[in-house]
Write a protein that binds this ligand. Structure first.
Ligand code: ADP
Ligand code: MG
Length: 278
């Protein structure tokens, strides 16, 4: 790690992006630095994931790990382009091409073996389900479903959606690896489907835009799911069960707008399982 505030200060430029966990600044001409907010600990997982992705051309390369004013920072190759969410807003008629690109990059990620020090996605999910606000019977049901699901050794992004995918010409680069974990690809794929289906658009979006987005969103979700299944050319196992556990885990994130739909999905699955077990 480069622990030099002077060196860090020498290269820092304008702020390019801001998220919940971190701020991203230009760093010299060809790089950015992602500075984590105090209290956020995702940089370890992000650095490990990016190191394992070196040479796969599906993520920015990790250049250095630095510290600035006590905050951990990752210096990353700078992607000159826009995120896919932004491009979808600007070029909605290309939604199916974006869906295919989204699936292709996700499959490329799942070809990578996860570093051993990343957490098991099943353990991450168990902790989130236990922390979620939901009726006890649904919580118990989700934990039992999770118990029957397999572990795996593939690199999982953990928060895969078009806002975390940058496009620069023909190149697609996946960013924001702070929730990276190890598991089977289906675990990561199911979370992406859930986010594509229901994650709320930016608060304050006018109603007409929301309507248009709903149409585009459904095309994007179906296009992504179809392209992922077609290109992976192997049966995807337990997708419905992974959707159930992700719906329960997502309830720990406190997103009130999504709550009714997540609970409805869980209730349907629970009732279905009860009928089968009768
Ligand atoms: N390697 C990069 N090159 C260029 N811009 C980047 C890069 N990484 C992140 N950004 C910009 O910073 C924003 C936030 O980065 P992200 O890693 O998603 O952080 P957060 O965890 O805060 O969401 C991105 O949406 C993007 O605009
Ligand atoms: Mg992000």
């Amino acid at each position: 790690m480069t622990d030099s505030t002077a060196a860090a200060g020498a290269g820092i430029g304008p702020r390019l992006g801001v998220g919940r966990e971190a701020e991203v600044y230009a760093w010299g001409d060809d790089a950015v630095v992602k500075l984590y907010r105090p209290g956020y600990r995702g940089h370890g997982a992000e650095a490990a994931a990016l190191a394992s992705l070196a040479g796969h051309d599906v993520a920015p390369s990790l250049v250095d790990v630095v510290k600035r004013d006590g905050r951990p920072g990752l210096v990353l190759e700078r992607i000159v382009g826009a995120d896919m969410l932004d491009l979808l807003r600007r070029r909605p008629w290309q939604v199916l091409a974006f869906a295919r690109a989204l699936a292709g990059a996700h499959l490329a990620v799942h070809c990578v073996e996860a570093p051993a020090d990343l957490p098991d996605v099943r353990q991450v999910l168990a902790a989130r389900i236990e922390a979620a606000t939901l009726p006890r019977e649904l919580q118990g049901f989700a934990l039992r479903v999770l118990d029957g699901l397999p572990s795996g050794d593939r690199l999982c992004h953990g928060d895969y959606h078009p806002g975390n995918v940058m496009v620069s010409g023909d190149r697609v680069s996946v960013i924001d690896w702070s929730n990276a974990a190890r598991g089977v690809p289906e675990a990561d794929h199911a979370r992406a489907i859930l986010l594509l289906r229901w994650a709320d658009p930016v608060p304050g979006t006018p109603l007409v835009t929301r309507g248009l987005m709903a149409v585009g969103r459904s095309l994007l979700t179906r296009g992504y799911a179809r392209a992922y299944a077609d290109v992976s050319r192997r049966p995807l196992r337990d997708l419905d069960s992974w959707l159930v556990v992700h719906a329960a885990a997502r309830l720990s994130e406190g997103l009130m707008v999504e709550q009714p739909r997540l609970l409805a999905l869980l209730n349907r699955a629970w009732q279905g399982a009860r009928v089968l077990n009768r």
